[in-house]
Design a protein around this ligand. Structure first.
Ligand code: HEM
Length: 412
């Protein structure tokens, strides 16, 4: 059907025609079509992450609409600013108490682990006024990995597993991990409800107003897990093997462009070099690798081939955002300057937060946090890749076991 759109002959297993799509315009057209929905047979696995009920992320129609409307105020400018201030304070504490001592001792650190801890503490503090302990965070991450692996990789391998699941040790481990996650979510919600002066924060308010407790904790889990996306994004940006920190020249250039004495949150888009760096890193390393949709109408490919209504469309952001016909031959190279004057096609193809009505509800928060945290780290430290680790894909793409060394840089 053309190199970036093809059909996989798996109708028997999928129950409908399956198309894999790497074409930017077609991807955007499908995602923004009002009648197109999330294929529940693929997304429903997300709902088992904490033995839970349906979440915003894995629903459609009026249920989805009501949840989205309830959660949207949490990402208004006022609340994004408030949550971001907490992210900045946590980042500064991390730089002072962890990164500086590590830099002095010449020791390396696990980039993924540190960034996820930073984001987890930020979401629990900003939404629930609760500071998670390092032990709680470690247990949560381990449990989340267990339930994600089980639900997203194993259950989809075959329904027969469900029938004999009580015999399987990984099913038992999943059950225990899911129960612990559930308990943590209930605990955060209960603590918030007992606060004498809660911030009337819309995220926690909308969660606590939900009648159904399993639904409430599943939504909370979605928010906490989604914050991990920002963390992975930080990893890719500041720490990837081909990111700005991969060479002293690239990170030095970026550092020089950041005003050293003004580490207050710059209005997003003010620091062009930071903005371009973030865009380029998100283009090369989209943490959410694919979106899937059940098409609501017929679509026609560039080559004139039909994708009929009711098909399963799996769209790869990796392919779309590295398309050589849009990003030229050096599409795989890290070149932030390409965003100085982006073409219309580049802007259309750039969709790390998805597109359409079911795009990322937290993108404003994620973007503001990235624009604030990256300059804080880069302006004070040079990061050297000790071990690039390897890309890992469970829910999101992250650089697993990537070890970095930080070197304090002198202020001019
Ligand atoms: C750099 C960080 C992030 C990236 C790259 C990202 C990316 C995405 C993408 C691509 C989607 C669409 C998925 C699909 O079409 O299947 C999505 C959906 C979503 N994201 Fe994010 N996300 C990030 C951060 C966040 C944050 C911080 C939150 C909330 C605290 C969040 C909450 C959500 C939710 C709830 C949805 C489902 C929205 C709906 O279906 O209406 N995300 N995200």
């Amino acid at each position: 059907m053309g190199t970036t759109v093809f059909r996989l002959p798996l109708d028997v297993f999928v129950g409908t025609k399956l198309f894999v799509i790497g074409d930017a315009k077609l991807t955007r057209a499908i995602l923004t079509d009002k009648g197109t929905t999330k294929p529940m047979n693929m997304y429903e696995n997300f709902n088992n992450m904490a033995n839970g009920a349906i979440s915003l992320f894995a629903s459609n129609g009026s249920y989805w609409h009501a949840r989205r409307k309830a959660i949207a105020p949490a990402f208004s400018s006022q609340h994004v600013q408030r949550m971001n201030a907490i992210a900045i304070a946590n980042c500064d504490e991390w730089l002072e108490t962890k990164l500086k001592p590590l830099a002095k001792e010449g020791k390396s650190f696990d980039a993924e682990r540190e960034m996820i801890d930073l984001m987890l503490s930020t979401i629990s503090e900003s939404a629930f006024q609760y500071k998670m302990s390092p032990t709680e965070m470690d247990a949560f991450k381990e449990d989340l990995a267990t339930v994600a692996n089980y639900n997203l990789l194993k259950t989809s391998l075959g329904r027969w597993r469900m029938a004999i699941s009580w015999l399987l040790t990984d099913r038992q481990a999943y059950g225990k991990a899911a129960t612990r996650i559930q308990a943590l979510c209930y605990k955060l919600i209960a603590i918030y409800k007992q606060l004498e002066n809660p911030t009337k924060e819309p995220l926690s308010n909308s969660l606590c107003a939900t009648r159904h407790t399993t639904m409430m904790q599943n939504e909370l889990l979605t928010q906490m897990d989604s914050h991990g996306h920002t963390a992975c994004c930080c990893d890719h940006i500041g720490m990837g093997t081909d990111g700005p920190c991969s060479t002293p020249t690239a990170s030095g250039r970026l550092r020089r462009s950041i005003q050293q004495d003004d580490l207050q949150p710059p209005p997003p888009h003010q620091l062009e070099s930071v903005h371009q760096t973030i865009r380029e890193s998100m283009r090369l390393h989209p943490v959410v690798a694919v979106s899937a949709r059940s098409t609501g109408k017929d679509f026609i490919t560039k080559q004139g081939k039909l994708i009929p209504a009711g098909s399963l469309a799996v769209m790869s952001y990796f392919v779309v955002m590295r398309d050589q016909s849009i990003f030229a031959e050096e599409a795989d190279e890290f070149k932030p300057a390409r965003w100085e004057n982006p073409t219309k096609d580049m802007t259309c193809a750039f969709m790390p937060f998805g597109a359409g009505q079911q795009n990322c509800v937290g993108q404003k928060l994620a973007s503001v946090e990235l624009h604030c945290i990256l300059p804080r780290i880069i302006s004070q430290f040079e990061l050297i890749v000790d071990d690039p680790g390897r890309p890992k894909y469970v829910l999101v793409v992250s650089p697993a076991n990537c070890l970095l060394k930080a070197k304090l840089v002198a202020h001019p």
